[in-house]
Design a protein. Structure first.
Length: 387
């Protein structure tokens, strides 16, 4: 474990002097700690060997990121690790995502273990993926498991590059990797409380206000304690309180999730959140549905715009057929949201050039435009917009 500034400086020098791509991975403490911060960063590069860096002891890894600025970073499921790496100063300029490469190559199983076994013939040690990586000191078996995540990553990258080249898909993959590296951090999720598990049971706006107040109160406590919100109060308990609208801490204590293990001060804290929701004027209650931009849910298209629904059905069928021809997932050929947006508001003049421009406007890469613009043009033209 590299956990001091002096040790980190040696790692920076070693990896700056290394050659070729650098394998990078990060371990979080999801389900144990608040947020998605990294608690371990693993690296491997030819000429430098492997390193396990502790972001708790070394919270600023921008020097390491700078030392690797010219290298290609090899990650598995890059979008999962990039946010927490960005927080500690590690931002790749170029990357190779082995999971995405596997999808484009048509692999049915794209987890790191199955892919290493299929492509390289090695079985990786399993069993520690869901442990609490904020534990200190980290047990030796966990460290071995973490090191194995980058041990063969560059070898896997090389084999996948060759397979993608054989299939004529390497340029597609490189475009995808460039888009991932260039993408800005995602904006904060609007109304995250709406994602509370069991929310579908909550129908009335007053009840929704209870969910919002309890979710917000829980999040504040979880952040202060640096623990997962689910360890502070379960989603199921929040939903039960919303449905019951208890008028006292005693009534709240009788609900599932607020039993004997909940202290009086905690009960009063949660009941105060319920009381805030109960006291809100009607005009300040949350709307039953979240305002969204873009097309409505596809299930509503037939009623709102039957012609658009017909366009969507034709477009989906065409994209699905092309994806099967290319032996890759439909969502990787073209994002379902992009298909919906083009079908809901097609170009005024349905030509291949206009459809291609619309696809680019929604973020489609050039290879995706090349594979889908013509077939979408046919689908849209077959069901023209109503006058």
């Amino acid at each position: 474990m590299t956990s001091s500034p002096a040790e980190l400086a040696r790692v920076v020098d070693a990896f700056a002097a290394g050659t070729g791509p650098v394998a990078v991975d990060a371990e979080r403490a999801s389900g144990y700690r608040y947020g998605q911060r990294a608690y371990l960063v693993q690296l491997r590069r030819a000429g430098a060997g492997s390193a396990l860096v502790d972001p708790v002891g070394c919270p600023d890894l921008s020097a390491l990121g700078a030392a690797l600025a010219d290298a290609e970073w090899v990650l598995h499921a890059a979008s999962q690790d990039l946010p927490c790496l960005r927080e500690i100063g590690m931002i790749p300029v170029r990357l190779f995502d082995t999971e995405l490469a596997g999808r484009l190559a048509g692999f049915s199983r794209v987890g790191l273990g199955p892919m290493v076994e299929r492509v390289l013939g090695y079985a990786l040690e399993k069993g520690h993926s869901a442990v609490d990586w904020s534990t200190r000191p980290l047990p030796e078996p966990w460290l071995r498991y973490a090191a194995l995540d980058v041990e063969l990553l560059v070898d896997l990258r090389d084999a996948l590059e060759e397979e993608l080249r054989r299939q004529g898909k390497l340029d597609w993959a490189l475009q995808e990797f460039a888009a991932i590296a260039a993408a800005p951090p995602p904006p904060p999720r609007k109304d995250p409380w709406r994602r509370t598990s069991g929310m579908h049971k909550v129908r009335r706006r007053r009840q929704m206000a209870v969910v919002r107040e309890l979710w917000t109160a829980r999040d504040r406590v979880a952040q202060q304690r640096d623990v997962s919100p689910g360890k502070v109060l379960a989603d199921a308990a929040i939903v039960e309180a919303a449905l019951a609208l208890p008028d006292s801490a005693r009534a709240l204590a009788a609900l599932p999730g607020f039993g004997n293990r909940t202290g009086r001060r905690q009960l009063e804290h949660w009941q105060a959140a319920v009381d805030r929701a109960r006291a809100l004027p009607d005009g300040e209650l949350p709307q039953q549905t979240q305002q969204v931009t873009g097309p409505p849910p596809p299930r509503a298209w037939a009623d709102k715009d039957p012609v658009a629904a017909a366009r969507l059905a034709a477009a989906r069928a065409a994209v699905t057929a092309r994806a099967e021809e290319l032996n890759l997932p439909q969502e990787n050929l073209l994002a379902p949201d992009t298909v919906r947006r083009v079908c809901w508001e097609p170009p005024a003049e349905v030509t291949e050039a206009a459809v291609a421009t619309a696809l680019r406007g929604h973020g489609a890469r050039e290879w995706q435009v090349g594979q889908t613009a013509a077939l979408l043009t046919v689908a849209l033209a077959a069901t023209p917009p109503e006058e």
